[in-house]
Design a protein around this ligand. Structure first.
Ligand SMILES: Nc1ncnc2c1ncn2[C@@H]1O[C@H](COP(=O)(O)OP(=O)(O)O)[C@@H](O)[C@H]1O
Ligand SMILES: [Mg+2]
Length: 354
């Protein structure tokens, strides 16, 4: 079966890993000014002073994570005085898990059977000898913000970088955290099509043997990527197109290979939940502004604000917030209007318990 195909050692890929989403390229084009801003926030740490905090926001797949990690790698290579600590809060979504992860990153392995306080003491000890640049990526996914409070209060030489896809995230943060953070806000804007093409060209040169993508072919992928707004779709299509060519035992990617890759992509949408999530964020703000409101009253306010969901969808979104413990729903029975649900935000309460 394999006789007519390329020999097993004959591949179009020079380094397929370069197409992984976790790959960190040597340079991050078009994000120099953003990296500069992040670097400026960290710079005081190099002079034994306290750094500046930063909230980074922007749509998914536009280089927020890779720009930060690239900079962190540079810090690691250049100095021992400042320690970068990156935590992905999607995976580590509680204060306890974040503490364990921070210890691990800092090289402390004996985390078993230790509680949050004990783990934090270890982080604190290291942190107050050196400066620490913390990055909490996907920070909107965490269930409690105690870790932030602890770092803000007890670690003196630090920069805290909070990375999120939602521009409303910062407005939703507890007031006491917000005022202590005093963070700069840095928005990552979406790439234009030319920038996407530039990034793709560079990746192609890392990932494939030379000359397999002829001039002009990548434009189609860049166009499609621009439509989704997410660089990941571009990287995915490049890989698919390369695999298609390889399967044909061809030494060049053809228009058909690319069309097939695009076709396959349209079978799964890149980030369908994004609008939903944005809407949920604004509903949460509304609930915080109007605590203890009835569901029906909230819906009216939501519509006045320009909310577009029908009532049922709105209720579903509020229930999602309740599932995430952002709000509490309580039912009141009887009364003039029959049964109603009262919605109450939980955020403030959690911190009071701290
Ligand atoms: N300027 C860039 N140069 C090179 N690769 C990039 C650039 N921007 C994004 N990427 C790549 O696109 C993918 C998505 O970027 P990522 O940083 O994970 O997005 P975000 O964190 O904003 O969701 C990653 O594989 C990343 O390496
Ligand atoms: Mg990211």
């Amino acid at each position: 079966m394999f006789k007519d195909m390329l020999g097993s050692d004959q591949t179009l890929f020079k380094n397929e890993d370069a197409l992984d989403y976790s790959f960190i390229p040597k340079a991050i084009p078009y994000r120099e000014s953003q990296q500069q801003h992040i670097a400026t926030c960290i710079k005081p740490l190099f002079q034994q002073r306290n750094g500046k905090n930063l909230v980074v926001h922007g749509k998914p797949g536009i280089g927020k994570t890779v720009a930060t990690l690239h900079l962190f790698r540079e810090i690691e290579e250049e100095t021992d005085d400042v320690v970068p600590v990156y935590v992905n809060c999607w995976q580590k979504n509680t204060t306890f898990k974040i503490m364990v992860e921070m210890c691990n990153v800092l090289g402390y392995k004996f985390t078993q059977n230790k509680n949050t306080e004990e783990l934090f003491d270890i982080v604190k000890n290291i942190a107050n000898k050196k400066g620490i640049a913390f990055a909490f990526d996907e920070v909107d996914k965490v269930q409690d913000f105690d870790f932030l409070y602890m770092i803000l209060e007890e670690i003196f030489k630090k920069t805290i970088i909070l990375i999120t896809n939602y521009k409303t995230f910062f407005d939703n943060l507890d007031e006491r955290i917000r005022s202590r953070l005093m963070a700069d806000i840095l928005e990552f804007k979406q790439y234009n099509q030319a920038e996407i093409l530039g990034i793709l060209k560079e990746r192609v040169s890392y990932a494939f043997v030379p000359g397999i993508f002829e001039d002009g072919l990548l434009d189609m992928i860049a166009k499609k990527t621009y439509e989704t707004g997410d660089m990941r779709t571009g990287l995915h299509m490049i890989r698919e197109a390369g695999l298609n060519a390889e399967n044909r035992s061809s030494k060049k990617v053809s228009m058909e290979d690319i069309k097939a890759a695009i076709e396959k992509l349209s079978n799964y949408s890149a980030n369908p939940s994004d609008d939903l999530e944005d809407d949920i964020q604004s509903i949460l703000i509304l609930i915080k502004k109007n605590p203890k409101s009835k569901m029906g009253d909230l819906y009216k306010l939501y519509q006045d604000d320009g909310g577009l969901s029908v009532y049922r969808t709105f209720v579903r979104k509020v229930k999602k917030l309740a599932d995430g413990k952002f709000v509490i729903l309580s039912k009141t029975e009887g009364g003039a209007e029959g049964n109603t649900t009262v919605v109450e935000p939980t955020g403030v309460k959690k911190l009071d318990e701290f």
